[in-house]
Design a protein around this ligand. Structure first.
Ligand code: OGA
Ligand code: MN
Length: 329
């Protein structure tokens, strides 16, 4: 069957693409299934996100399979792998087969780590596997994940991919939502595209937490979370499409008055996170969801706070800074 080009740019040579007419439940008519080698991608979101079939992530992948995963990530930006009963070691091995790991040390307020620092512990569980108390600082800080963000945009070298694996999920709620920042960029009018082209933002976790009223930081934490600079528009090295590089950590634009910058960033966020550009992932135990932080934002949704939610993230390090760093005032 002939198709037109997919919604997410051009296809690498050698891919077979066909349209699914009568897909599985939840598949919208006309949504594409794409096959790269033995790996198939079934689009599940509006312009991003695909479910992947044909890979067992508990086993080492072949170089062709690794290449297929990267190609799928370039195109869909979010990949969903169901029924993957991974141990920590298997999650790490799969992550490392895709690139170098970013360690999660000193990025949150955990006093004792439940998991090795090769993992970002995104759970609501303390070192004894107990749900944090409602007023726990660690918990309140981590509620920042409920704001749209891109992982580690507060680091000089921000994250490339994040891989989140569900071990225990609550009885309801707790979805993770993903917004397509390529679609966000494309939706801007030409005047705004010209305006954002060369802008540099400052990102800090102090700012994203302050948006929720969390401001009681120690001097050590203020030093640790001091702002870094990031470009506002990124060009993806794979397909060369542009994305808005937004995140709740973005507290201002270099050279702009603060209120004007924040009002402008709010407008951009509103455009980039409109429902037409969002995939909402409803978790099942054993799901591994992987996203490209260079072309998406994501946020956690609420769930009953007394229930455990054990989700564990491994993260791939980015290639380098997005812009030169200058000591912030
Ligand atoms: C993350 C994150 C959202 C969630 O793992 O980086 O933001 O739903 N997670 O837990
Ligand atoms: Mn995150």
């Amino acid at each position: 069957m002939r198709t037109t080009a997919g919604p997410v740019g051009s296809r690498p040579v050698g891919e077979r693409v066909h349209l699914t007419r009568a897909g599985p439940p939840g598949t919208l008519p006309g949504m594409a299934t794409q096959t790269i080698g033995a790996v198939s991608f079934r689009q599940v979101g509006p312009c991003l996100a695909a479910e992947v079939d044909g890979l067992d992530l508990t086993r080492p992948l072949s170089p062709d399979e690794v290449a297929a995963v990267h190609a799928g990530m370039d195109r869909y930006a979010v990949l969903v792998f169901h029924d993957q009963p991974l141990t920590d070691e298997q999650q790490l091995a799969f992550t490392r087969s895709l690139g170098a790991i970013e360690h999660a040390i000193g990025t949150g307020l955990r006093e004792q780590y439940r998991l090795p620092t090769t993992f970002a512990d995104v759970s609501n569980l303390d070192v004894n596997n107990q749900v944090f108390a409602r007023d726990s600082r660690t918990r309140l800080f981590s509620l920042g994940n409920r704001l749209w963000h891109s992982d580690s945009s507060f680091k000089v070298v921000p994250a490339k991919y994040s891989l989140l694996h569900a071990r225990v999920i609550p009885s309801k709620g707790g979805n993770t939502e993903f917004a397509d920042m390529r679609a966000g960029y494309d939706a801007l009018d030409q005047e705004t595209k010209d305006r954002v082209a060369d802008l540099i933002c400052e990102h800090s976790q102090l700012y994203s937490r302050s948006l929720l009223g969390f401001t009681d930081f120690t001097d050590e934490e203020r030093e640790r979370f001091k702002p870094v600079r990031q470009v506002l528009v990124r060009t993806h090295p794979g397909h060369r499409r542009k994305s808005l590089y937004l995140s709740s950590h973005a507290r201002g634009i270099v050279g702009w008055p603060v209120p004007e910058a924040r009002a402008f960033l709010r407008d951009l966020n509103e455009i980039a996170t409109q429902r037409e550009f969002v995939y909402s992932h409803r978790w099942r135990v054993g799901d591994l969801v992987m996203w490209d932080n260079r072309q998406t934002m994501h946020r956690a949704r609420p769930f009953p706070e007394h229930e455990p939610r054990d989700v564990r993230r491994t993260t791939l390090m980015g290639d380098g800074p997005t812009t030169a760093q200058v000591a912030a005032a």
